[in-house]
Design a protein around this ligand. Sequence first.
Ligand SMILES: [Zn+2]
Length: 402
Amino acid sequence: MAKSSGNESMKKDAVFIFSEDQLGYKFSDTHPFNQKRLTLTVDLLRELNALSSLDIVAPRTATDEELSLAHDPHYIEIVKKASLETAETSIYESYGIGTEDTPIFPHMHEASASLVGGTLTAVDYVMEGKSSHALNLGGGLHHGFKGRASGFCVYNDSSVAIKYLQQKYNARVLYIDTDAHHGDGVQWSFYDDPNVCTISLHETGRYLFPGTGNITERGSGEGYGTSFNFPMDAFTEDDSFLEIYRTAFREIIDSFKPDVILSQNGADAHYFDPLTHLYGTMKIYQEIPKLAHELAHEYCDGKWIAVGGGGYDIWRVVPRAWSLLWLEMNNIKAPEGELPKNWLNRWTKEAPIPFIPTWMDPNPLYEPIPRKAEITEKNKQMLDKALLLLRQQQSYKNHQQH
Ligand SMILES: [Zn+2]
């Protein structure tokens, strides 16, 4: 094999989009959405020597024109106004801001536009061939709507990025969302678009925000059959979660054949997460990126953009989960055993709860669930129902071909 010359710029496996500016997306000191998790993750990866300044790319800020790819110009103006004034919050509530979930904070527009710009930076790196993969952990704000904020999300970086991928690169995009909450904002943005496929695995909306994400939400018009939802029962555990993820992802990508994968990597399906009721352990966060990585190379010439998302146990769960994602993107084998001592020592005083000192969770992590078999079976039936239409289409296609 020819050795590449020193002058030739070598294509990197992955870039890590980050700057301290991303920490400015902060609602309050007590709000569950806490970007300290970015600091903790970056520090953990640095301690592992798995992240150097050569890997890090600063996010650019999304322009108003780019934001308006997925948002109403009027809504963007409202967000800007809210960022400046200490205005009566009631004026803004019909736009979903100034609410309990999504309070107004200083420089809200700038901070939100910078998270979107991070995902656009990731897109350009991958689509211009500068790196195979790109990670923007500050992104993943999947609840943002065209004209309204929702669920801690002001602008929807993934929706903007997908429109941008279509417009600038003419790409066919597969979006896969493993956050414990339904990826509603992204789904509705592309509900009638046959060139964008959205997949969301989440805790059923029966008792959890945002309440949508039923298997019957399959898309509309020309986009019918390109929206997929896998609502899992509360208390769903690793094996059942992963069976759904692997089966759905493989069957859908094989039928849809995208040019690029955009994965949303919310880390709130873990047993410890305070806002949800799924019973995942660190095992799912080791396995989720493995398959995304494999399929990106199998179907998309490696093109894989990953963003963050939810994740509200910022001490015990998110830094480990998101580190495993970055390691996978770089083909670094997941570490075994203990977390770096220096990292644990540095943060133990500040953490309000004791750390799990190992990469994987202790087994068992919780008392056995009496309804395990019932939940697994219910999820299996849900999986089959959610894929039924796709399987019928496939067997029809196969029939036509033979
Ligand atoms: Zn979530």
